[in-house]
Design a protein around this ligand. Sequence first.
Ligand code: MN
Length: 275
Amino acid sequence: MKYRSLFISDCHLGTRGCQAGMLLDFLEKSDAETIYLVGDIVDGWRLKRDWHWPQSHNDVVQALLAKAHDGARIIFIPGNHDEWLRSYLGTHFGGIEVMHTAEHTTADGRRFLVTHGDQFDSIVVNAKWLAHLGDHAYEFALWLNTLVNKVRHYWGGPYWSLSNWAKQQVKRAVNFISEYEKVLANEAKTGGFDGIICGHIHAANISKLHGIDYVNTGDWVESCTAVVEHFDGSLHLIDWAARQRMQRVMQTLELTEEQVAAQGRTRRKRRKEAA
Ligand SMILES: [Mn+2]
């Protein structure tokens, strides 16, 4: 697929969590005139502590350099995990420009501020690690809860609800995300922009907040998401993991894209008729 622009962030190359294989697959199948790397592409913190740089991570860098070589404009906006690149602001390497923040105008004329977003952490009241607590953590906590209370019961201790505690943490995580989104949308508004494109909290989203287009590209550690701009200026969220799962099902069932689309149309029609 060829797009007008492509936004990716939070790949965390150099860590074991990075889904480099998925990212490489996505980059091989996607091209764009302009590519924005919206921070935390390379995880400098972890690389310093424990060197993890397999071939697949190298391949991702090579794929990006090849795109730059083939004429794509690539803009690298460092995040907090690759902030060592912030000392290279204004420089080019291998056709990649390093910038603190960027301004992007979509084909339909909307002006977006492009920034990683970590600089707003201090404004967002909740702790940032909470944003990484997801459904899996919650399910695990429920399981752990029964275990913990069996042990407590055995020793005669009172019941303590770990699941309740976990639920509170998840709620705080959700609050954190919505707070972060509000702060960033507000920043765009103050700057006179129509919207903001960011990353950092690993929570992909495209939504309208107080008249501002809030766009978060997500990440390539947990969710494998990117944001693309089509040639008409519309922005779309791509969930590459979901798409791959779908393709595997289609292959197994020997379905074509058209058949799947037709089924979706029938389902929507039936749902409408039932309603
Ligand atoms: Mn970050």
